[in-house]
Each structure stands twice: as C-alpha cells, then as structure tokens.
Design a protein around this ligand. Structure first.
Ligand SMILES: Nc1ncnc2c1ncn2[C@@H]1O[C@H](COP(=O)(O)OP(=O)(O)OP(=O)(O)O)[C@@H](O)[C@H]1O
Ligand SMILES: [Mg+2]
Length: 253
C-alpha cells in the first residue's frame, strides 16, 4: 500500500451518492495534504458523514472517485481495504464503542487486532491513552456506565491509539462541555502538529475549527461551496456561508 508519494493523502473527485431519490453528494471535490488538518462545515444532512464513510470504504461512490494514500478505495481488495483501515483512525459521530467490552478492552482492541505489541505494551499504551483524554478512572467500566462526553473521549483515544497516519473526526466536540471540548481540541491540534498526522474534521463548532483546522470547507447541497484558509473562512464574504455562521452564532448574542 505505498501508492503515489506526491499524491494528497485524501483526494475526492466529483463524488456523487444518492439514497433512493435523495441525491446527497452532488459532485464533491476535496483534497487533504500530508500533515494538514482540513475542517468541514455544512448543514445537517448535507452528506458530511456520508463523505467520511467513503474514505474508509464503508460506502462506495455512485460515480466519481475517492483516493486515499494514492489508491482508489473502491478498487481495493478486501485485504487491501483492511490494510488501509489500519492506517486510519475514525472517531464516529455516534462514538461506536463496543458495548460488551470495558473501556480498557475497547482501547486495546485495535492494538490486539494489529498484533504488533505484547500484552504488557498494550496495557501501557491503554493506560497512557486513558490519561491523555482524562478518563483514567474509567478503564474497568462498560460504555453504558460512563457519560456521553466520556464515551466521546474514549472513542477519540481509540482512534489515536494505533498512531494512525490519517484521522477522521466526525463531530468530535458533540456532547462535550466547553472545558473538555477545549482539551480535546488541544489534543487534536497536538496530534496534528507533533505527530504530523493528517486529519479531516467534520464539526459545527466554530471554536473547534478555529483551534484545529488549517483550512475549512463549507459543504452545501452536496458539494463544496467555500474552501478557504481557516482565518478567512470565518470572515466570509459568501452570503450563504455568512447566513450559516450568523444563524449559528445567534443564540450566543
Ligand atoms: N445508509 C443510508 N441510507 C439511506 N440514507 C442515508 C444513509 N446514510 C445517510 N443517509 C442520508 O443522507 C443524508 C446525509 O447524511 P449524513 O449523515 O452524511 O449527514 P451529515 O451532513 O453528516 O449531517 P449531521 O450534521 O446531522 O451529522 C441524510 O439525509 C441521511 O438521511
Ligand atoms: Mg454527520
């Protein structure tokens, strides 16, 4: 799975995806380059999560292409797809922890599947990950026994535990209080800066994207309407984006 070294880490070209009569993605184009953190904003139901699912081959395009690490995802064999997924961390919008495993075992799972570390190294890595996301006391609990915000933090720790090259975050701040959001955003930025990890962050919260993203896209009606460096993205001239951000900021005024 070496692929073309000069290619962007993720390249989506003219992606279309429909569910029955619902044309969700209508020609989505985007590129994420090595080490970059790309933010994606857009209204609910515009297909942000659907786009992320294509990146790890959980969905296949109706037309258009999705290339990751220089290879077209839809053309990979089952074995190659598993190899791709091992290089990618995914923070699902709904958390998606395994309900019948403790928090510790949820974190250990991807490492055990990888089979590279000894059991004691795995335990060490798990303890370190729990500390990093401030849930050190919850290792023996089952997901149903911890709060929504804790589940979110555990799922972020699980996505990062294999030290992936690419991390996909689907609303990493949802369900977190402002203080924990700030610590999660700082962690995301650190992962991106220190480890050079490439990331794609779908998030509605302006503070999150201002903190973590290098560049932000605004997706509207299934395609990219605005693509700007973070600073100019949040001082927009595009009327649709202004309306979107203004509407979102209203309650705080
Ligand atoms: N597997 C599926 N089968 C049928 N429809 C689907 C499926 N997955 C997504 N959809 C539909 O596609 C549209 C886009 O969904 P998606 O989850 O990508 O939205 P989103 O942009 O992530 O929204 P939100 O901000 O609320 O998370 C929605 O109308 C959704 O109902
Ligand atoms: Mg979504």
């Amino acid at each position: 799975m070496s692929g073309d070294r000069s290619a962007p880490v993720v390249r989506i070209k003219d992606l279309h995806k429909s569910f029955g009569d619902l044309h969700v993605l209508t020609g989505l184009n985007l590129e994420v380059h090595a080490g970059e953190c790309l933010g994606i904003m857009g209204g609910s139901g515009t297909g942000k999560s659907v786009a992320l699912r294509h990146v790890i081959g959980l969905m296949e395009p109706d037309s258009g292409t999705v290339e990751v690490f220089g290879k077209e995802v839809a053309a990979l064999s089952a074995k190659e797809l598993r190899a791709l997924r091992r290089r990618v961390g995914y923070v699902f919008q709904e958390g998606a922890l395994v309900g019948w495993l403790t928090v510790e075992d949820n974190l250990a799972l991807p490492l055990r599947e990888q089979g590279k570390l000894s059991e004691s190294e795995i335990q060490e890595r798990v303890a370190e990950a729990l500390e990093t996301v401030h849930v050190a006391g919850a290792g023996k609990n089952f997901p149903a026994e911890i709060s929504g915000g804790m589940k979110k933090r555990v799922s972020i720790a699980r996505a990062l535990i294999t030290r992936p090259e690419l991390v996909l975050y689907d609303e990493p701040n949802a369900g977190l209080d402002p203080e924990i959001s700030r610590s999660i955003n700082a962690l995301m930025r650190e992962v991106s800066d220190k480890l050079g990890v490439t990331s794609l962050v779908v998030e509605h919260r302006i503070e999150c994207l201002q903190r973590v993203a290098d560049r932000v896209l605004f997706v509207h009606e299934g395609k990219v309407m605005v693509d700007e460096p973070t600073e100019s993205f949040f001082q927009p001239s595009h009327p649709r984006l202004r309306a979107f951000l203004g509407y979102q900021q209203e309650p705080a005024r």
